[in-house]
Design a protein around this ligand. Structure first.
Ligand SMILES: O=C1O[C@H](COP(=O)(O)O)[C@@H](O)[C@H](O)[C@H]1O
Length: 341
């Protein structure tokens, strides 16, 4: 059995764009790194299984924005692109039902909403919301929108702004986006990414600047959040630089990465409260584990390292959630995002 993963990267040193890699489950090794699309800084990706589409952020000829690619071939086939931003966005999400396409722009401090016409493959602009403000950390002199995605019921759009310690909730209206709520983290936290529990009204927020995971209760009636717990990934002598956060489909385990200590953290989830208990801390075997993803069967975890240019492969114990290293030296340049096909 083989499974493909797509890799979003920076193209500042060695990378040329979007790559794919194969996880061979017989040999339990990664193999066959392939350049799928030449593009400048395609750091974040969204793969749509239903449509075999790969959406990527990126830049060409000094213009930044989004591209849509058909994945029935390798290399993938470019269907369309839309460039209306100056800096490359850092997050992208496509909605298969509404055909909305959302991006978060860290450097510009805004989200953009596009429409993807899946008949003629054109992308059009719908709305843009620019944030304002600052906070106390040296990386918080301006808003830095890091994430935008849907709540599981798709009633709301949630947005993490690392620069102003705020999680925004927006409503999709006929015209575009309307702000409905704000959740404030502790000053200096830097909220980065959010992951929702599949059945409990709970979300897990990873904060980059203080490397913490907040357990939030989520009220789907009005799109608000309330803090239940805040867990530090690091001790005082370790550098705090929170990365990615993902849950298993059964909601029993949460995984997080800290790029300051090059480690992955496994938490078990209390089945009724959603609160977390640390099960394991394991070295990621590379420098700056910016993203990772579980395989589709959730038996493996692939970790991408932005600085040491390697992927690591872990086997996941489906009962305990613990990770065991299988491979640590697979070359992949400047990886920022890992998504399974
Ligand atoms: O996690 C991070 O993301 C931001 C945004 O990415 P970028 O590719 O838009 O620059 C990055 O600037 C920051 O260094 C990093 O910690």
């Amino acid at each position: 059995m083989k499974e493909k993963f797509y890799l979003g990267t920076y193209t500042k040193r060695e990378s040329k764009g979007v790559y794919s890699v194969i996880l061979n489950k017989e040999t339990e090794q990664l193999e066959n790194l392939t350049l799928e699309a030449a593009l400048e800084n395609p750091t974040y990706l969204y793969y749509s299984k239903e449509n075999h589409l790969l959406f990527a952020v990126g830049k060409e000829h000094k213009d930044a924005g989004v591209t849509a690619n058909l994945t029935l071939t390798s290399p993938v086939k470019r269907l369309s692109s839309f460039y209306d931003q100056q800096a490359v966005p850092c997050y992208i999400r496509y909605n298969e039902r509404s055909h909305d396409l959302l991006t978060a722009n860290y450097h510009g401090g805004f989200i953009e909403l596009y429409h993807y016409d899946n008949k003629n493959h054109s992308i059009s602009f719908v709305d843009k919301k620019v944030h304002s403000g600052s906070s106390i950390h040296e990386n918080q002199t301006a808003p830095h929108v890091h994430y935008t995605d849907y709540t599981p019921d798709e009633k709301w759009i949630v947005v993490c702004d690392l620069g102003i310690d705020t999680v925004f909730t927006y409503k999709r209206t006929a015209e575009g986006l309307e702000e409905v709520a704000q959740y404030k983290t502790k000053a200096g936290s830097g909220p980065r990414h959010l992951a929702f529990h599949p059945t409990l009204p709970i979300a897990y927020l990873i904060c980059e600047l203080d490397a913490t995971v907040e357990v939030l209760s989520y009220n789907n009636k009005n799109g608000t959040f309330r803090n239940l717990d805040k867990i530090a990934l690091t001790t005082e002598d370790q550098q705090a630089w929170g990365g990615a956060i993902h849950l298993t489909r059964d909601g029993r385990f949460v995984y997080a990465s800290n790029r300051g200590f090059d480690a992955l953290y496994t938490f078990s989830v209390d089945a009724s409260s959603g609160l977390l208990t640390l099960v394991q801390t394991i070295e990621s075997y590379g420098s700056v584990p910016r993203d990772f993803h579980l395989s589709n069967d959730e038996a493996y975890v692939v970790v991408g390292h932005q600085e040491s240019d390697n992927l690591t492969l872990f086997k996941r114990d489906l009962e305990t959630g613990e990770l065991t290293l299988l491979q640590k030296d697979f070359y992949a340049p400047e990886v920022v995002c890992v998504v399974p096909q």
